[in-house]
Design a protein around this ligand. Sequence first.
Ligand code: PEP
Ligand code: MG
Length: 753
Amino acid sequence: MLDVLRRIVQEVNGARTLEAALSTMVRRTRKAMQTDVCSFYLYDTELERLVLMETIGLKPQAVGRVSLRLGDGLVGWVAEREEPLNLEDATAHPSFRYFPETGEERYSSFLGVPIIHQRHMLGVLVVQQQDNRRYDEGDEAFLVTMAAQLGGVLAHALATGALNCPTDPSGQAVFRGVAASPGRVIGTAVVISPPADLDGVPDLVPTDIADEVRRLRNAIRQVSDELQATATRLIGRISSQELALFDVYQQILSDASLGQEVEKRIEEGQWAPGALADVVRRHVQYLERVDDDYLRERAADIRDLGRRVLAHLQEDNPQTPESFPEQSILVGDEISAAILGEVPRHKLAGLVALRGSSNSHVAILARAMGIPTVLGMVDLPLPRLNEAPVILDGHRGRLIVRPSADMQRHYQSLIAEEQAVNRLLENEQDLPCVTPDGHALPLLVNTGLATELMAALKTRIAGVGLYRTEVPFMTTERFPGEQEQTTLYREQLAGFAPLPVVMRTLDIGGDKDLPYFPIDETNPFLGWRGIRVTLDHPEVLMVQLRAMLRASQGLGNLRILLPMITSIDEVDTTLRLIERAQRELNEDGITVERPRIGVMLEVPATLYQLPALAERVDFFSVGSNDLTQYLLAVDRNNPRVAGLYDACHPAVLAALARASREAAALEMPIAVCGELAGDPAGALLLMGMGFDALSMNTPNLPRVRAAIRRVSLANARALVDEVLQLTTCSEVWQHLEARLAEWQLAHLLPPKD
Ligand code: PEP
Ligand code: MG
């Protein structure tokens, strides 16, 4: 049964249009359940009605005509309660309603299940049968399981349908995701795919089929020539049996085999890379299931050949800086830090990805760069999106494809309004960050990207509160060497001197992968991350520590911060390594002072060991991003649980308030460098709690400074007392919004729906 289920889901998934997906779903379900009728009622959110969209067994004329309200008839009953309904005699149920157009009078048994995706009811799948068949528990379980799996597939098909045949007469379609970096922008979608990754190739509809076929043939010929050349080189060096494998590869590539199938797929309306990926995937899936070692190995060969052909296809069509339109909005399955570096900054207007969430590291980088971003657009259909005019709303997490003229005008005026507020705030950027009752709160910045504006920034901040050293590591092809790192760090330290610069040791793992040091784990956020990795690789950590110390020579403004500390042992070991690095430099004749050393409070365990930590280090810095994810057990990178991730959760606020109080008692400086510090409401709360400094992305400075300059410390403290009494996130946010509105600061908060 599992096999049948998997196949149905795969087939529905592979359908190119919504109609095809629905038709496959009802046909295959009817067959699998050996029943008379299978129908699907789609919930139309505009009409608030369930519309019969597809049936096999009822009269086809009823499709699109029969519709019911929630709670109306048996289908409405299932939809309203979001529960299955299994009846031997449907007519006996009090909610039964008869629709003569369907010809369903003959079918007395009824089994209906809702299809739900991310808490939204998408529709109802129904099977019916003559002769009072009693659908047994197995039937019900099968349909429920299938409906659960089809939720995501159907949501995706619906999104594709919205794009291909928009319900809006203007041709406009709106998609929703997780707001990841604020700002609004009007631009052109550029669909990107990672190099030579068959799984990352988007579906695109070709504009010129003949040209796609030509590109494919060229790419295959190039791979074939390369293989030929390799085989010739290897003659005499490997056995004739091994050499014969090259003939097998040539055969697989030949027109009669892989090539022909891919061409057929192109003719069906898929661009060459997509067609290649489809065909390779199909073969690999088939071969991997076969119970034969030889054939299973061929699966790896086909995947490898596919990758080689893909690499040539991509070469053929490189995305060069010149090829990016002005106001490019990059859209991809996943956006990496490396891709960000490839697009000229002046052309990069926005980012959209199917994966990721608001606290993913790409979101943090985007915020640091001030690029509006929406992530977790799980249902966004990439086909047909390339080169489409779009509006990206990073405040609300929306992408509007082919916006109507009215919508464009609306957004142009919103953008102009926002620019006006920004200009106003800019005027007070050089004023001190002091509350009306005279409390000074140092504002620092988070860096990692090259900051050209250091000089302008220096007069406005109290230093760098977090330099994420892993960011420059992400754009190189190997670990940068000691000299290379020294130059990089010297630039930061000298650029901001005499202000302090807090450099964090390499914090990789989680969602921060280095291309040359992949970490593949089932549970990466609970795995090998931050200090855990670097303590296991002292050769990497020592190079970094020496580079930091060397770079600080004569400046005295280096601070070192340790990420992901969980235990005191980790601190002790790292302190010993720092001392060793200092000693080694001294032996080389380079005298550097011992920098101040701090620990990140981001693993909840540290909150219970503050006195022991305080004995060892000089300052604390709260990583509210990770602290939130670990306190709430919500993966910061997973769009499915994005709604549960909230740094203003009462438990997180209680933990922060407690940490600040305890640090004060221990006389330890404590700052916050997570994203909460860059939110005007969050910053007021943190100030009221007693944190000594806040570090944030540069674009957040104006709003936070404006909030602090207008709210007294006394009021911020009162706000904390009020908020700590509340029990839910929504109560907290409502309260914060109400207070900010009262203080005439509503314009500092992100715009709402
Ligand atoms: C944090 O966890 O809050 C933090 C500042 O570090 P990062 O976001 O880089 O994990
Ligand atoms: Mg962190």
